[in-house]
Ligand binder design. Structure first.
Ligand code: GAR
Length: 190
């Protein structure tokens, strides 16, 4: 049986992509990555993908006149590898409803908070600012609303006295790197 293909979308450092690559290497995640797409030409995630020999595509939003046009190009690039699922790993873009409808229950996202708390792109800073004692990580299917959709996995991360955005983000990342590959594997197994 050929391994199911996944497509991964990233915008930044790509540490979650690295964790997915590691899980694939260790056969804890039985999948292959067909393509890594980034909307950020400077994303280090692209370097990680290239080092792993994975086809990479950069789609710079500045080259598109609307979100819908960008998303059509994204869909085309992703579609070429015929992925079973699309994995958003630090992809800092809102997907248009048209894109999301094309892939019902086939887009996964990881978010650095216990959704529905602290949605948006500054979840770690927001949690610190609010003085919560516990935040965490959520893996969910993507629906048409932002940072929203059926939850697949959640794990709390305590906020420690003296935590900075960096120290808290580091601890959140460690949890993400463990639970995202696990959640992806569960989805692929149905
Ligand atoms: C991760 O912490 C992920 O949860 C977050 O971006 C980071 C990407 O890190 N995503 C969001 O905030 C989505 N709203 P990485 O590039 O090192 O994987």
């Amino acid at each position: 049986m050929p391994l199911p293909t996944i497509a991964v979308c990233c915008s930044g450092q790509g540490t979650n992509l690295q964790a997915i690559l590691r899980a694939i290497r260790r056969r804890r995640l039985k999948a292959r990555i067909g393509v890594v797409v980034s909307d950020n030409p400077k994303a280090y995630a692209i370097v990680r993908a290239m080092k792993a020999g994975i086809p990479t595509v950069v789609l710079d939003p500045r080259g598109f006149s609307s979100r819908e046009r960008f998303d059509r190009a994204l869909s085309k690039v992703i579609g070429r590898s015929r992925p079973r699922i699309i994995v958003l790993a630090g992809f800092m873009r809102i997907l248009s409803p048209g894109f999301v409808r094309r892939y019902p229950r086939r887009i996964l996202n990881i978010h650095p908070a216990l959704l529905p708390a602290f949605s948006g792109c500054r979840a770690v800073a927001d949690a610190l600012r609010h003085g919560v004692k516990v935040t965490g990580v959520t893996v969910h299917f993507v629906d048409e609303k932002v940072d929203h959709g059926p939850i697949l996995a959640q794990e709390p991360v305590p906020v420690r006295p003296g935590d900075t955005e960096q120290t808290l983000a580091d601890r959140i990342h460690r949890v993400e790197h463990r639970i995202y590959p696990e959640a992806i594997q569960r989805v692929l197994k149905g």
